[in-house]
Each structure stands twice: as C-alpha cells, then as structure tokens.
Design a protein around this ligand. Structure first.
Ligand SMILES: [Fe+2]
Length: 174
C-alpha cells in the first residue's frame, strides 16, 4: 500500500481550504481518490461497516468531525437504478469493481423545489475500476447510478458535507 485514507484526507483538507469548492477544486479530488483506489489496498475491508442507500453494505472510511466531507465505499445492485436524486453538496466517485452506469443532471429551471422541475443530462458514462465520476453543488447535484452485469458495482466516494440526499426526482423526460 503506497497511499492511505489518512493521506487522502490530508490532501482533501488542503484542497478544501479554498472555500469556493469550485468545479476545478472538485475535479482536483478525482485523481486523489483514484490513487487511493489503485494504491490504497482493499478498501472494502477498511474503516467501519455502513448501510448504504442501495441496501448493500458499504464502508465508512472517514467522517470529518467538522462535517466538511465523508469518504465511503458504496455498492449498487445490478440492474436496479437508484432514484434520480440530489445531494446536499458535491461528490467524487471512483470505481473499485464492477461496471456502474452513471448519469448526472442539472436543473434547467433553476428552482430549488423539485416538484415539476425540468432536468437535463450533463454527463452519462460508465464507471469501472479507476474511472472517475462527479456531481457538483446545486443545481448540478442530481444523479443516478446502478450496476450493469451480474455483480454489484463497488465505488469509493468523497461526498461534500454529510453527503445526504435532498430530493428525489420523477421526471418523465429523464
Ligand atoms: Fe447519490
């Protein structure tokens, strides 16, 4: 192991000293998380057990005591998409195993109320081992993910603030 959760956390803290949390700052976290996945050993047995939103057990690798960010491992069920949902803040994903289909959206009406909101895809791709995905602060904080194939997808995620979900979207044109 040549890179650890502790080292990642230190580098995240340095990056977030710039309080704008701009797209560029969030992008800069992607290669750090990628390095943890590739050089940090088996992340699925590190940290503490955590019940993920998908119903599959994940891991809590780090929970910032000031509530600035979390680092987790999450797993997603094959062929069962998550709801289209928004998060309280930004996030960075890196694939550990499996094949994850990842789509993110933005609000086109710039309303914070999700009722009758229009959303538009801003990225759609697959995440396999070492691949990176992002979501950003509102209104670019909406996404959906699920595993393709026969095995769950397993990903490492850095989530801004407490990482909680905010709204669920049910949009016909999604
Ligand atoms: Fe999510």
């Amino acid at each position: 192991m040549s890179y650890s959760v502790r080292q990642l956390v230190s580098e995240i803290e340095s990056a977030l000293l710039n309080k704008t949390h701009s797209v560029q700052i969030i992008w800069s976290l992607g290669p750090l998380l990628q390095r943890l996945v590739l050089e940090g050993g088996d992340l699925t047995i590190q940290g503490d057990p955590r019940n993920g939103s998908s119903g599959l057990e994940g891991r809590l690798l780090y929970d910032d005591p000031r509530g600035k960010f979390k680092v987790v491992v999450s797993r997603f069920v094959p062929n069962v998409p998550t709801p289209i949902h928004s998060h309280v803040s930004w996030g960075v994903i890196c694939g550990i195993s499996g094949k994850e289909r990842y789509t993110s959206w933005t609000l086109t009406d710039n309303q914070r109320n999700h009722e009758n909101s229009n959303i538009k895809i801003i990225s759609a791709h697959h995440i396999e081992r070492g691949d990176i995905g992002y979501w950003y602060k509102s209104p670019n904080n909406i996404h959906r993910q699920w595993a393709e194939g026969h095995e769950p997808s397993c990903v490492a995620i850095i989530m801004g603030e407490d990482g909680s979900r905010v709204n669920i979207f049910d949009t016909p044109n999604a």
